[in-house]
Design a protein around this ligand. Structure first.
Ligand SMILES: [Fe+2]
Ligand SMILES: [Fe+2]
Length: 179
């Protein structure tokens, strides 16, 4: 049955695909945070620009992804695979933790960019690195746990009809966001 093409373009596959992009961004952030600390003033502007790019990506793409999980995927799975309820509650609180720390990360970046003194700048860089490292850790383990549980459940535990219903829900949510 030629279904692989359909699967790769499915809404659920697209949602899982965002995780791959996110993993790349967390890897990049990890490298830039090290560069920010050790490359000094010469590359400061370039490294800061790169961190801002990743921060914007998190603020836009991750928040859209989180919203789709919270509004569609989680309630649907709670209704159809009740044993996932405790895990979904955990994922929900991790989303809140992520959003809180993303705001702290932006604030730390704004403070760093407004700093002129070398001594204080070093402290502000440490602060950005500390929060950034926490975000990287949080995102990586959160995505891995989601993939092992809820995304697997969508593929292996929902019936064909349920999966199609979920596909339609995600598609109409996407369309409403694009409008
Ligand atoms: Fe999530
Ligand atoms: Fe996710």
């Amino acid at each position: 049955m030629p279904k692989s093409k359909k699967d790769s373009s499915s809404e659920i596959a697209k949602m899982a695909g965002i995780h791959e992009q996110l993993k790349e961004q967390t890897d990049r952030l990890n490298t830039v945070l090290i560069n920010l600390r050790y490359e000094g003033k010469t590359n400061l502007g370039k490294n800061l620009k790169e961190v801002w790019g990743i921060l914007f990506f998190f603020e836009k793409e991750v928040c859209l992804h989180v919203e789709a999980e919270e509004k569609l995927l989680f309630p649907f799975l709670q209704a159809h695979v009740p044993r996932l309820e405790p895990l979904i509650n955990l994922f929900h609180s991790e989303h809140e933790d992520f959003k809180r720390n993303l705001k702290r990360f932006r604030l730390a970046m704004e403070e760093l960019c407004g700093e002129n003194g070398d001594h204080h700048r070093a402290k502000r860089i440490d602060n950005v690195r500390e929060i950034g490292t926490y975000l990287i850790y949080l995102l990586r383990q959160h995505m891995a746990a989601e993939e092992e549980s809820i995304y697997k459940a969508v593929l292996h535990e929902l019936h064909q009809g349920e999966r199609e219903e979920l596909e339609k829900l995600i598609a109409s949510h996407r369309a409403s966001k694009a409008a």
